[in-house]
Unconditional design. Structure first.
Length: 98
């Protein structure tokens, strides 16, 4: 998956903010994104996703998916020169305490 990310890619996620409150939800750089996903897999080896929708924009895609707990999520990925340079994992507001 990370072959599609630029070295300087940025990723935001409410889960990142929960796991490391000091980062404010921002994961910066491909190595840090790799560590973020590895930590997620270490915490939940049964982690998997079912894609429910894909929407394309000018320089981005939105991927709707359901995780192994049946929770719906959407991830937004922006591309430059064929690589993801910016990504955003999103949750339903009710799951964020909003």
């Amino acid at each position: 998956m990370l072959d599609h990310f630029a070295g300087e890619a940025l990723f935001t996620s409410p889960l990142a903010a929960r796991l490391d409150p000091e980062c404010g939800g921002l994961v910066s750089g491909k190595a840090a994104i790799r560590a973020y996903w590895q930590a997620a897999l270490d915490r939940n080896p049964s982690l998997h996703f079912e894609i429910t929708s894909i929407h394309a924009g000018v320089d981005c895609i939105l991927i709707g998916f359901r995780n192994e707990r049946g929770q719906d999520r959407v991830e937004a990925l922006r591309f430059r020169d064929g690589l993801v340079f910016e990504g955003h994992g999103t949750f339903r507001p009710s799951e964020l305490g909003a």
